[in-house]
Design a protein around this ligand. Structure first.
Ligand code: ADP
Ligand code: MG
Ligand code: ZN
Length: 594
């Protein structure tokens, strides 16, 4: 019985297949674009019943049909009628009606595409409306996240190099631990604390550690979560955030990237009305609870200058805590924290690494350790070596090595002499920072690099140091001129930096014959609103002094390079051979050439 049924199906199936094939061939021959009258589908069925139908062209659910009289019509069938109604096609065949079907590719690409787009669009529209009108789905209404147990265990010990900031927020921890006692003593706690500092210095980490220290819930939201294109969503998310916060006897609400919502009002960007609504809601919520209610709002930003002043008024974010880049001691501590999780070679001195990473943020240092561990793994070692750390530092510092970017041989030679010029001048001038490394391996946008290692973090510079710096910067160009009799654009950045230093020496540091005055000049891009306005004549003298300082640096470099040709040549040759030289190698080369 099963077999009989199957074979009948097979027959129908192949009949349909043949019909479809014929139809496809027919379609290729006749494709008329004539406009026809649209009629109800029942008309087609009636004509079919009467035996008046001559031809049907199926195009999805649109059917074009012709009567034996020659009249043509178009109709729309119920969805999938032709394919799902098992009787239709055989009936056409039985009545000798010509059946045409648009080819699958032609039809499906078109109609499925349209269908998917249509459904997608309608779905998105509905979804959006739902979101806006109800805001009932928690995941959509608010991206507030309570700290998971793991992040809740961050403590002050995990944050280093920002001791002052830590001391300032310590009070908040005391308050959150025992709010009643704290207010009984008469302690007044700020409602809002603004953590200000460059990216990667540990603002988010510090906020988490406050919650961890106080064992208080940590409600996290990012300013960018509140900036949506749909009116009212941001404000409703703010409302939800504070509703959540009020459920806890005490907690920390942390808003990262406050500037995303807190930008000054009055701009006229597209989303500005929405942002204003969100910001207003935030201000309302902050005003809506008493200072000692147990909620502390912490926000972070690296752009306090663009915040709406209303946010900084008393009772709002009236306490600012600066989270700055770590100094050398801070860097060492941060390195210590992050290297706890990796196995370090026994001869690694974290202090030395900290010295070699001025300007690195906490995030950069965490990244450095991580990259070093990856280098170690890649070379199949169990422990991280000094070499790994060196490589990792270069990578973090300069961006990924562009080993694949081939330099021409002439460019390599130019680069080697250029860097050797910098290096020899730096090595031989007594007031310069010691050299750390010279390399002609291109990294980031620089073709070569001469790195100096400051003795400690410098906050002030002596006149002698700056003069030496000018000479070092000129050393590259000078070496190119003396050895290769050429000038290249490669010195452009050096020249720019030197000019900048010289101008500051004249206009800011009082290190020229113009005396200790602050000069505001058009060429002085920093702090243009400070310092004395100057006369035309003085401006000219400023330019002359700047010129004089740079040219003196150039002259110093020329003398050093000319007197130490052998050292420059030796170093350039060595660079061409091994590409990178460390401090010891540099010393050896210079000692041998002397
Ligand atoms: P920010 O919020 O200031 O941009 P983050 O707190 O997000 O910086 O820092 C990113 C990561 O960098 C942290 O998770 C941590 O691993 C590391 N880090 C940054 N600053 C410090 C620091 N002061 N001490 C220890 N680790 C830090
Ligand atoms: Mg952050
Ligand atoms: Zn240079």
């Amino acid at each position: 019985m099963f077999g009989r049924k199957w074979s009948r199906r097979a027959i129908i199936g192949s009949a349909v297949a043949v019909l479809v094939l014929i139809a496809a061939v027919a379609l290729l021959r006749s494709r008329s674009g004539v406009q026809v009258a649209q009629v109800p589908f029942s008309d087609l069925l009636r004509h079919l019943d009467r035996g008046a139908l001559a031809e049907v062209v199926v195009n999805g659910d649109t059917l074009d049909f012709k009567l034996r009289s020659g009249e043509a019509f178009r109709t729309t069938a119920p969805a999938n009628y032709v394919t799902s109604n098992a009787a239709f096609v055989p009936e056409l065949a039985r009545r000798n009606v010509r059946l045409d079907v648009r080819t699958a590719s032609e039809q499906s690409a078109y109609s499925y595409g349209a269908l998917v787009l249509g459904v997608g669009f309608v779905g998105l529209l509905g979804f959006t409306l739902y979101r806006v009108t109800t805001g009932r789905i928690p995941a959509l209404e608010s991206k507030t996240r309570e700290a998971d147990p793991e992040t809740a265990t961050v403590t002050f010990d995990d944050v280093a190099g920002v001791d002052e900031a830590k001391a300032e927020v310590k009070e908040i921890v005391d308050f959150l631990r025992e709010p009643e006692r704290f207010s009984a003593i008469g302690g007044r706690i700020p409602k809002g604390v603004l953590l200000v500092g460059p990216p990667g210095t540990g603002k988010t980490l510090l906020a988490r550690s406050i919650a961890g220290e106080a064992k208080a819930p940590f409600l996290f939201a990012s300013g960018s979560d509140f900036v949506e294109m749909y009116a009212g969503v941001g404000a409703s998310r703010i409302r939800k955030l504070f509703r959540d916060a009020r459920r806890h006897p005490s907690c920390i609400v942390f808003i990262d990237e406050l500037d995303a919502v807190g930008r000054s009002r009055g701009g006229n960007s597209l989303s500005h009305e929405e942002r204003e609504q969100t910001l207003n809601q935030l201000l309302v919520e902050m005003d809506g609870f008493a200072p000692n209610q147990g909620i502390v709002i912490i926000a972070a930003t690296n752009r306090p200058d663009i915040l709406d002043p209303a946010l900084l008024r008393p009772g709002r974010f009236d306490r600012q805590v600066t989270v700055g880049a770590p100094d050398v001691k801070g860097r060492e501590q941060i390195l210590k924290i992050h290297s706890k999780k990796v196995a370090l070679d026994t001869d690694i001195d974290l202090r030395q690494i900290a010295r070699g990473t001025p300007g690195f943020s906490g995030a950069d240092l965490a990244n450095l350790i991580n990259e070093a561990a990856l280098f170690a793994v890649r070379s199949g070692r169990q422990v991280v070596t000094n070499e790994d750390l060196d490589q990792a530092r270069d990578k973090v510092l300069m961006g990924v090595e562009r080993k694949s970017l081939a330099m021409s041989e002439h460019e390599r030679i130019t680069c080697a002499y250029h860097e050797a010029g910098h290096a020899v001048v730096a090595a031989l001038l007594p007031d310069a920072d010691p050299l750390h490394k010279v390399t002609i391996v291109p990294r980031g946008r620089a073709l070569g690099v001469t790195m100096q290692l400051p003795e400690g973090d410098r906050y002030t510079h002596t006149r002698e140091f700056l003069d030496a710096q000018l000479a070092i910067l000129m050393g590259g160009r000078v070496a190119e001129e003396l050895f290769l009799r050429q000038m290249t654009s490669g010195a452009g950045n050096d020249i720019e930096r030197a000019t900048d230093i010289a101008r500051r020496m004249v206009c800011e540091f009082g290190m020229s014959t113009l005396g200790p005055l602050a000069y505001r000049t058009p060429g002085n891009p920093w702090e243009t609103d400070r310092g004395a306005g100057i006369s035309e004549a003085t401006a000219q003298r400023v330019d002359e002094e700047v010129h004089e300082l740079v040219m003196r640096g150039y002259e110093t470099a020329r003398q050093v390079v000319a007197k130490n040709r052998a050292a420059v040549r030796a170093m350039a040759e060595e660079l061409l051979a091994v590409e990178s030289l460390d401090a010891d190698a540099i010393k050896t080369i210079i000692a041998n050439a002397a």
